[in-house]
Write a protein that binds this ligand. Structure first.
Ligand code: ZN
Length: 266
């Protein structure tokens, strides 16, 4: 038979492993769950069980749509040493903005969104995913959408509408995304935007602007290019909603990581 304190210790350890980094370390100080003190375990006499906050976070995580490879991204894991000189100053400013945004959301303050622009492989998606992960760790809803995939899903849902249900699939999908607490639009790039997709994106951003619901956007396009692809009214919404941070690198960070991995394996 396993002792109760040993069982608790093991459960706490496994929960902590699932949520790297631990929530209270993620965004400085304070305990989020008063029931379990962020340990994830509630004890009463000889009985111990997993706190409701853990189930809640698990569900949020399932709904968030973050790809498995992005789930471990955190502010602590953002490697500033990959950036040199002026690139580093930009990266530090972007990291700081991402941290402040996350902290403000956790404290329930309304705050402006962020758009990360810049080179391919400069860490934009990393920071956006880190924001989502830190928010989810604190039980805050964050929806992570890869823009081209989302537009495909929306189009598919539209095509599959049978007219049977009261609310068509594409409308339901669009509504759920539109209202999310924090929305991340990853890779708002150079795709084939039709008039329909442009209108959808405009409507999404316009709604969120009106209801003061923040977005985090990543794009490797310049503002003038965004204008060209999405139209001026959409980019003007983005400018109203977001502070813009540019990330730059001499060399794609994914290449640097791969090189380091090779070196370690040699
Ligand atoms: Zn709890």
């Amino acid at each position: 038979m396993i002792r109760l304190d040993e069982l608790i210790h093991r459960l706490q350890h496994s929960i902590r492993e699932q949520q790297a980094p631990a929530p209270q370390e993620a965004v400085g100080g304070g305990v989020t769950c008063r029931i379990c003190g962020d340990t994830g375990i509630v004890c009463s006499g000889d009985v111990a069980w997993i706190c409701d906050c853990q189930r809640h976070n698990g569900k949020l995580r399932q709904q968030a749509g973050i790809a498995p490879e992005l789930r471990d991204y955190s502010f602590e894991g953002f490697r500033i040493d990959y950036y040199d000189g002026q690139h580093r100053e930009r990266a530090l400013a972007a990291l700081q903005a991402a941290r402040e945004f996350t902290r403000d959301r956790i404290q329930g303050k309304s705050c402006q969104g962020i758009m990360f622009t810049g080179d391919v492989g400069a860490g934009k998606t990393f920071l956006a995913a880190a924001v989502a992960n830190e928010l989810l760790n604190q039980g805050i809803q964050a929806q992570f959408l890869v823009v081209p995939d989302f537009l495909d899903d929306l189009r598919t849902a539209l095509l599959h509408n049978t007219g049977d249900s009261r609310e068509p699939d594409d409308v339901a999908l669009f509504r759920s995304v539109r209202q999310g607490e924090v929305l991340i639009l990853d890779d708002l790039g150079a795709h084939n935007y039709t008039e329909w997709t442009c209108n959808k994106l405009y409507s999404l951003l316009n709604y969120r602007l009106n209801y003061q619901l923040p977005v985090i956007i990543t794009t490797n396009l310049k503002m003038s290019e965004l204008d060209e692809y999405l139209g001026e009214r959409t980019t003007s919404r983005i400018v109203q909603m977001c502070r813009i941070y540019r990330l730059t690198v001499d060399k794609d960070i994914r290449h640097i990581k791969n090189q380091m991995r090779f070196r370690q394996e040699e």
